[in-house]
Design a protein around this ligand. Structure first.
Ligand code: GDP
Ligand code: IMO
Ligand code: MG
Length: 422
């Protein structure tokens, strides 16, 4: 297998970082293709925790080339801080980390605008406040700054001038915020450009070249399919293409097809921020899962909303990204839950619906549950108990694809392979 993708199958935070780190062992390149530092991908190796935001989760493997593709939105200050931090953990150099020259830059006003809009409403999205949406807006309106523009002051001034006056007026009169003077922002961005220039390359050509040499590429998604700007629960979504289609736009798979698309799913469901969530739990079991699962966002520290596993949503994710297998995480958290349920379908206006197609109003979807016997596995034998196997098999049969991996703890080794992925 030469090309593989790891994509969140729910609303993010499914454990993509852990699964990417695990499978990076078998790959030559790990490529991020969308999103930005709204992502928080956690990896634990031998008791040491690493949280990555834009740097790909293969970075702990010295043989792996880490690539940040052109579909990513990059906040230079945050990137440089993350880089400095990871250099304390592993050897990262311009030889093994590459940043696309055409990735979009997140500027000061993107972050300010994100915060101002969230404060003003009326429809709050519950964003991470990192400026992601406004940066993608500028990209689509052709006013964005690309990473390569940071490397030439004249170009930077010219590109930044597009719409700067308009933004200054908007901020001043609508939000009563002064944005930095353009000269100040140019100086700031140019300084960061100087610090990151050694990492900047044409990543499309790089990936093309590596694929033609037979190298194995792993594409690491951020967020999850249900947060995709087109496929997700709009408007409560992020502003990028988080589904498999985003790989073609945001990095490229020159001349190749995706051979394996792994959807990462928690054994239950979580969501951060606003938006519909049919199986959300408001009772003691929800509180137990939230507490035992330590369900707090890796980027913002916000409490994650928790609920039962939702098959209609996962069926939809399988269709949206043509998932070929599932990596099921956090089964250990369910082993302390006395009663288990999976939502196998919804009742919507008196009809049973088994796939969460966008035409369905999720606020109006009543989950129909199947109850499962609890399992109390300690997982170390690598063989699931009959109860755990029943839980996993129900998911496999409902989705029509295998659970190729399941995880029972945050560490790299707390994993069982049911498929080889070689
Ligand atoms: P990502 O954004 O998809 O990479 O996921 P996050 O890192 O935001 O959140 C997943 C959290 O679950 C992290 O704290 C991981 O260390 C943790 N995690 C991943 N897999 C497992 C697992 O199987 N069991 C437990 N207990 N924790 C896990
Ligand atoms: P990883 O990669 C979970 C959510 C936010 C909000 C919505 C829009 O760690 O899984 P944005 O700042 O992107 O405009 O916020 O998307 N969100 C995430 N939720 N995991 C993430 O990333 C997320 N990135 C964004 O909470 O609801
Ligand atoms: Mg996360």
């Amino acid at each position: 297998m030469q090309t593989m993708a790891i994509i969140g199958a729910q609303w993010g935070d499914e454990g993509k970082g852990k699964i990417t780190d695990l499978l990076a062992e078998k790959c030559d390149l790990v490529v991020r293709y969308q999103g930005g530092h709204n992502a928080g991908h956690t990896i634990w190796v031998n008791g040491q925790k690493t949280v990555l935001h834009v740097i790909p989760s293969g970075v702990l493997h010295p043989h792996c080339l880490s690539v940040i593709g052109h579909g990513v939105v990059l906040e230079p200050e945050n990137f440089l801080n993350e880089l400095a931090k990871i250099k304390g953990v592993t050897n990262v150099t311009p030889e093994n980390l590459k940043l696309s020259s055409t990735a979009t830059v997140i500027t000061s006003y993107h972050k300010l605008l994100d915060a101002a809009r969230e404060a003003q409403g009326p429809e709050k999205i519950g964003t991470t406040g990192k400026g992601i949406g406004p940066a993608y807006e500028d990209k689509v309106s052709r006013r964005a700054i690309k990473v390569k523009d940071l490397l030439d002051k004249d170009t930077l001034v010219r590109r930044l001038s597009n719409g700067y006056a308009e933004k200054a007026i908007l901020f001043k009169h609508l939000y009563q915020i002064e944005i930095p003077a353009i000269e100040q922002e140019v100086e700031r961005l140019y300084r960061y450009g100087e610090s990151l220039k050694d990492y900047v390359v044409d990543t499309f050509s790089l990936i093309d070249d590596q694929l033609s040499k037979g190298k194995r590429v792993l594409y690491e998604g951020a967020q999850g399919i249900l947060l995709d700007v087109d496929y997700g629960t709009y408007p409560y979504v992020t502003s990028s293409s988080t589904a498999a289609s985003g790989i073609y736009n945001g990095a490229g798979i020159p001349g190749k097809k995706l051979e394996e698309v792994i959807g990462v799913a928690k054994a239950y469901t979580t969501r951060v921020g606003e938006g519909p969530f049919p199986t959300e739990l408001f009772d003691d079991i929800g509180a137990l899962i939230q507490k035992t699962g330590n369900e707090f966002g890796a980027t913002t520290g916000r409490k994650r909303r928790c609920g039962w596993l939702d098959i209609p949503l996962l069926r939809y994710s399988v269709k949206c990204s043509q998932l070929t297998s599932i990596a099921l995480t956090k089964l250990d958290i369910l082993s302390s839950v006395p009663e288990l349920k999976i939502c196998y379908a919804y009742e919507v206006n008196g009809k049973v619906v088994d796939c969460a197609y966008p035409g369905i109003n999720l606020y109006n979807a009543k989950p129909l549950y199947k109850t499962f016997k609890p399992f109390t596995d300690d997982f170390t034998s690598g063989k699931p108990s009959a109860e755990l196997e029943t839980y996993i098999s129900f998911l496999q049969e409902s989705l029509g694809i295998p659970v190729g991996i399941y995880a029972y703890g945050p560490d790299r080794n707390q994993i069982v392979f049911r498929q080889s992925y070689s």
